[in-house]
Design a protein around this ligand. Structure first.
Ligand code: B12
Ligand code: SF4
Ligand code: SF4
Length: 346
């Protein structure tokens, strides 16, 4: 079985295997090229900030047959990760074990079963930092649609899903007819709630303005105009998902997404974290991407954004920190404590 042979895999069988591997949602799309403008316009506008790897494999992203010769099918896969409404300055996806591990484990299990039954099938799969446009494949495979807030929204779990995709060089017997119906309608709640106006058009997020990018990816100082929006945001941002009415009946996700103790820390506690606490609380979570100093830098900005006067002593200590980024953030926060909010409340 595989390229060249006219054999089709059963989508029902593959769905069962994917469910057994731990994926809640499964869909099938034909591996047709993606219209380039879905990605090139975004990059040309500079919305990719300094995510250079988005440009580097542009051609592969748009045509999966460059990844798997004679690619016929893309299986889109999703896991529900929602757990709790308890407030935390850490975005939901990052409160537990790093989802990359969980989804990769599940993908490995699915591939293992596939190989047992169809050993000659060639595949390419991955989670997040691969050359696959996961939201486009999820939409094409009928798992949901890309909402105005730029997230893939599903009927069952809202947008509280994380995605993976697997390209095969064999057809399946049934494909989705395309994205689910757009249910955003005239709603604009995400656009008005975004504190930095990062949703610049329908389904289009300018990463440069997005607090998710700024708090996770940007190692340099966060641009000054964005800092006042960081009051409750230290790592990642869920604001445009929290306000979404399609997210208001969430279901609890699997144990492997359960929040860990680090998600109970307040902004103040995150800013005051010692290296020993960091070493105890963050390994295995996505927070390690920001590293110790990145988390404290973000938390210092957040204290300043909230004009938290009770943090003055802590900020004064951080303003003498050994790390330049933490120092700069603490100095900005202290200066902000000394200035009253403007008439716009910032
Ligand atoms: C770059 C990136 C970011 C950037 C840009 C965000 C964005 N909206 O694209 C930044 C750093 C800001 C970011 C933030 C977040 N991210 Co992110 N990110 C990615 C990444 C690596 C690439 C996405 C991408 O290519 N964007 C570029 C744009 C141009 O492509 P696009 O998003 O697909 O959008 C176009 C198409 O969808 C097209 N379109 C719409 N419908 C259809 C239908 C069809 C058929 C076609 C052809 C096209 C099409 O219209 C859009 C505009 O042109 C993906 C992983 C991956 N490999 O795909 C994760 C991913 C999108 N991120 C994810 C998550 C969880 C987040 C955050 C929620 C994290 C957080 N809590 O802080 C935020 C959400 C911010 C937001 N409102 O979008 C999840 C999203 C899950 C979901 N339910 O959507 C992904 C899929 C990772 C994963 N494996 O689960 N992210
Ligand atoms: S994640 Fe936050 S900053 Fe980014 S678009 Fe959504 S609300 Fe705006
Ligand atoms: S908040 Fe409203 S407009 Fe935004 S994604 Fe949800 S339904 Fe769509």
């Amino acid at each position: 079985m595989g390229a060249g042979e006219n054999v089709k895999l059963s989508s029902q069988q593959l769905t069962q295997w994917a469910h057994a591997a731990g994926f809640e949602l499964v869909g099938f799309a034909r591996a047709e090229p993606i219209p380039p403008q879905a990605l090139t316009q975004w990059i040309e506008a500079g919305f990719d900030a300094d995510l250079d790897w988005m440009r580097e494999r542009l051609a592969d992203r748009l045509d999966v047959s460059r990844l798997v010769p004679n690619a016929k099918t893309v299986i889109a896969l999703a896991c529900n990760y929602w757990h709790t409404d308890a407030p935390s300055p850490i975005a939901r996806y990052a409160r537990g074990r790093d989802y990359h591990y969980t989804l990769k484990d599940r993908l490995r299990a699915l591939r293992r079963t596939l190989r047992e039954h169809a050993p000659t099938v060639k595949d390419y799969g991955g989670v997040d930092a691969t050359a696959l446009m996961e939201k486009v494949w999820a939409a094409r495979a009928g798992i949901g649609y890309v909402g105005r807030n730029g997230c893939l929204i599903t009927e069952k779990f809202g947008s509280w899903v994380l995605l993976a995709a697997l390209v095969l060089d064999v057809e399946v017997d049934e494909y989705a007819r395309g994205p689910q119906d757009d249910r955003c309608g005239t709603c604009n709640l995400c656009v008005s709630a975004c504190p930095t106006t990062a949703i610049v058009a329908d389904a289009t997020v300018d990463a440069r303005l997005c607090l998710s990018y700024q708090t996770i990816e940007n190692e340099a100082a966060i641009p000054e105009p964005l800092r006042p929006a960081m009051g409750d945001v230290v790592f990642g941002c869920d604001i445009c998902q929290d306000v979404c009415p399609l997210n208001h009946t969430p279901l609890i996700g699997g144990e492997r997404f359960a929040p860990r103790p680090v998600s109970n820390l307040t902004v103040h506690q995150l800013a005051a974290m010692t290296p020993a606490e960091y070493a105890l609380l963050t390994p295995g979570t996505p927070l390690v991407r920001a590293k110790y100093d990145g988390l404290r830098r973000n938390a210092a900005y957040a204290l300043g954004a909230a004009r938290d006067a009770s943090a003055r002593d802590l900020l004064q200590a951080l303003a003498n920190d050994g790390n330049e980024r933490v120092k700069e953030a603490a100095a900005w926060a202290l200066a902000r404590l000394a200035t009253p909010p403007s008439s716009r409340g910032r």
